[in-house]
Design a protein around this ligand. Sequence first.
Ligand code: GLU
Length: 283
Amino acid sequence: MIIRTRFAPSPTGRLHLGHVLAARVASDLARQSPDGRFLLRFEDIDAPRVREEYYSGIEEDLTWLGLHCDGEALRQTSRTAAYEIALEHLRETGLVYPCFCTRREIQEEWSNMAAAPQGPEGPIYPGTCRRLTRADSQEKIAAGIPHAWRLDSQSAFAATGPLTFHDLRFGTITVNPSLLGDVVLARKDIGCAYHLAVVVDDAFQEITHVTRGEDLLASTHVHRLLQALLGLPELVYHHHPLVVDKDGKRLAKRCDALSVAAMRDSGMTAGEVLEKAMESPRP
Ligand code: GLU
């Protein structure tokens, strides 16, 4: 099997140590096989946060680190038609529904509930718009009320039946559709969203092994479900540990001291930066 991996940063900042680890894990895995490919994908659909100079800045950081990507980088903003086709397919199956809730309405609903449904990152969507009748939804759409599209996770799971995915670190994992609930597949503001875009693009780029931080493990349950619904290939995963700062907190892009550019400017060599990323403390 020819291994194809990808590194998928958002061009909303320069690379930091967490990205270095992610890129290194993806590159190392691809380079294990002579014909392996290590691809770059810019996850740039969140337009308000993207800045043009970060595309070249990230490529410059990767080149300096010696992590050379194969071929041209893919930009998700060039792929919106493919996301729309996938969403349309899901609409036809009746397993997605329009959601008109504002953030504030969702928060109010949570506070009115005796116990808001919980996911690993906090409360999950309470399913308000799933309970709208088709006629009500259509009326709201016709009235031009802005809406997102959400996955009806329980119905989707009923349609696919039990699913698993394999992770090189955690072994075989059984998909739990309730973990993140009815996730957004197309945002109100930009018309697409991470979960659907990543699944469509991993298939498009013929990725065989998805390597990424363990904070995205819960998302993989959704991704496996979407792959099954869309008839896309099943992939192997490797969710690696996260790089944390000295207080045990996950690194953020604003943590400039640990950006590759800052470390390079302080005189560190690429080898030292790669080593620091690989041996960074864990919580
Ligand atoms: N764009 C995501 C990030 O920068 C990576 C998503 C993925 O690897 O699936 O964290």
